[in-house]
Every structure is written in structure tokens, then in C-alpha cells.
Design a protein around this ligand. Structure first.
Ligand SMILES: Cc1ncc(COP(=O)(O)O)c(C=O)c1O
Length: 335
């Protein structure tokens, strides 16, 4: 029995993984069937957003085997996020072992081989126990929930329309570079404003000057220039996307693009023939237009995925689903 997911929505699988941190140590963790938690109402995660998370996927290959993409990079970024929020690190081996264990236990929920469907894996850590004053929690829980998923944005990989947000998701030297719940709560207002106005999502600008592109609420931004450069923003307040890191490598090694991490001014979109949003959930979603202060900029490739974006998409998903060779050591096959 393999489940057919409906877009990026939650379908409960059989088991979740839970590990507890008490008195300076993580326990081994165990699998539980309920996805409901019982914690103190005074937990720091509930009041002070002492929570961090990750997102990665398990892919079913043509031969039926299941594989993970760059799990070690998620484990490292999870440590960075935990450190920033004064939470204990989950050792890399513990993280990877737990991810493998929970995916194996929910094997039946990994969708059949196909270009869009996969098992989304959501590891997260919460501060628990009672704290009234503002200080780190006395105890923590490391939990992993999984769900079969399809595409993040509705429909096929059709270009989406974005609305520039007048609000910020993270401060210049704040928490934008780590994957912590507070960033996402702060982005909801702008996101829903864009969705209500008929856009797929919002696009954030840099919090210092509001002139440069940062990222979407859950994906990085990249553009392809007329002279074959892959350009993506360089900023202390955006998340270092593992998908974007992979695309930079593939763009340079396989397509011969020059990769630039630099400022991208919102008033300089004419330089791009193609633009896209990239992330574990979004994979690569082409961007058709960006509306800023009432002016809509439409990219030349606004009705379908552009040629270069398509090449990147095929290379990336080819490696993730096991159809392309992985010379980089990004793949972990489950036994
Ligand atoms: C704010 C933000 N930017 C970018 C990304 C893409 O990161 P990754 O490619 O590691 O999933 C995500 C998704 O995790 C995100 O939440």
C-alpha cells in the first residue's frame, strides 16, 4: 500500500519518533503511534518560540528502494538552529539514525516512484517543562513526524505570481539564517496578505533597506540572467537553503553557468530571463511575475518553466529519485 498524496498536505503515517533531553542527555528515543503531545502549558516553545525544525524528503526510486537527500546537511543546520536558540544539539549520528528509523517504520507511506511525490520528513525540537521567566527550558523534546506529499504550490510546475511584502520576516542580524519557528509566525501576515490578493506567495526584501530581494516564506530565490549567470541573494537574514546549495553546484558543474551570490535589487529584474523559488518543499517552482508597489514585472518565461530552470529541475530531481548519478555523496539509500 503506497499512499497517493494530495498536494502539500498532512496525511498521518503510522509512527512518529520522540526523544527526550533531560539532565544534559538525550535518550535513545522511541516510536509512538499518536502524533499528539502532552507538554506543560508553560513550555518555552509555546510562549517564547524556543523551537527549531528541519524539512527533508525520502524518495522512492524506480527499483522500489528508498533514499534520502543530503540528510547530513539537515542534521548540521539543525545544530546551528538549536545553538542559536540556546537549545542542546542533537548529535549528527543521532539525527540521521532517527530519520532512518522513522522512515523505515513508515515505509508504506513513501509514495510510488514519480516526479512529484515523496515522503516529507519534519524533525523539530521544542523547549518543554515549566518556565515563567524568559530563559532556556529545563528539558527538550526532539520529534520527527512524516507525511506523504505532492507539490507545494498548487498544480504542476507552472510559473507562480509573487507579491513583494512591505513587512519583514526577520531582522538584519536576527534569526533569518536559522530555521526557527518564530521566523515563520512572523511571515504569516505578509503571506496571507499576498494569498488574499490572489498571489501564490509573498517575496521578502532585505530588512535594512527594502531594496534587495531576500527570499520567499519557505524557499530561496534565484534568477538566470541573459548572459547565463545563476544569481541568488547574499544576505545574513536568509536561510542557507540546501536545495539552493545543490543548484549552485549543478548549475556550475553541469550547465556551465557562472554562479553569483550577490545583491539583487528589486528594481533590476530586467536582467533575468528566468526566475525561480527553490527549497525542499517547493523543489524548483518557476516565478512568472513579481509585483512591487503596484507594478508587475513579468519574466519572459512566464507561461512555462524556462529552459535553464528545466535543466536544473531535471538534474536535481534526477539525483533525488535515483535516475541520475550522484557524484557528490548527497544520497543515503535505506537498507
Ligand atoms: C525560509 C526558507 N528559505 C529557504 C528554504 C529552502 O531550504 P531547503 O532547500 O534547505 O529546504 C526553506 C525551506 O526549508 C525556508 O523555510
Amino acid at each position: 500500500m503506497h499512499v497517493k498524496p494530495k498536494g502539500f498536505t498532512y496525511t498521518k503515517a503510522d509512527l512518529i519518533y520522540i526523544s527526550h533531553y533531560v539532565d544534559g542527555h538525550w535518550d535513545e528515543g522511541r516510536l509512538e503511534s499518536s502524533d499528539e503531545l502532552t507538554i506543560s502549558g508553560l513550555s518555552t516553545s509555546l510562549h517564547y518560540a524556543q523551537e527549531c525544525f528541519e524539512g527533508l524528503k525520502a524518495y522512492r526510486r524506480k527499483d522500489g528502494k528508498i533514499q534520502l537527500f543530503r540528510v547530513i546537511d539537515n542534521a548540521k543546520r539543525f545544530q546551528m538552529s538549536a545553538n542559536y536558540l540556546m537549545m542542546p544539539e542533537v548529535p549528527i549520528d543521532h539525527f540521521i539514525k532517527a530519520v532512518k528509523q522513522v522512515v523505515k517504520a513508515n515505509e508504506a507511506y513513501v509514495p510510488d516512484y514519480g516526479p512529484k511525490d515523496s515522503l516529507y520528513i519534519r524533525p523539530f525540537m521544542i523547549g518543554v517543562g515549566h518556565n515563567l521567566g524568559l530563559r532556556p527550558a529545563p528539558k527538550y523534546m526532539f520529534i520527527i513526524v512524516v507525511s506523504p506529499v505532492g507539490s507545494y504550490f498548487n498544480g504542476e510546475a507552472k510559473p507562480v505570481d509573487l507579491l513583494v511584502s512591505p513587512y519583514d520576516r526577520a531582522a538584519h542580524k536576527g534569526t533569518g539564517h536559522v530555521k526557527v519557528g518564530g521566523n515563520y509566525a512572523a511571515s504569516l501576515h505578509a503571506q496571507m496578505r499576498a494569498v488574499k490578493a490572489g498571489y501564490a506567495d509573498c517575496l521578502f526584501l532585505d530588512p535594512l533597506t527594502h531594496t534587495k530581494i531576500e527570499e520567499l516564506g519557505a524557499a530561496n530565490f534565484f534568477g538566470i540572467t541573459k548572459d547565463n549567470k545563476y544569481v541568488t541573494p547574499n544576505s545574513p537574514s536568509i536561510l542557507d537553503s540546501i536545495t539552493n546549495r545543490s543548484l549552485k553546484t549543478l548549475a556550475s558543474d553541469h550547465i556551465g553557468l557562472e554562479v553569483l551570490e550577490s545583491d539583487i535589487f528589486i528594481n533590476d529584474l530586467n536582467q533575468f530571463t528566468e526566475a525561480g523559488a527553490c527549497g525542499t518543499a517547493a523543489v524548483i517552482t518557476p516565478i512568472g511575475s513579481i509585483t512591487h508597489e503596484g507594478i508587475k514585472h513579468t519574466f519572459p518565461s512566464s507561461s512555462q518553466m524556462g529552459e535553464t530552470t528545466k535543466k536544473l529541475y531535471d538534474l536535481l530531481t534526477g539525483i533525488q529519485f535515483g535516475d541520475e548519478k550522484d557524484p557528490y555523496g548527497w544520497i543515503t539509500v535505506l537498507d
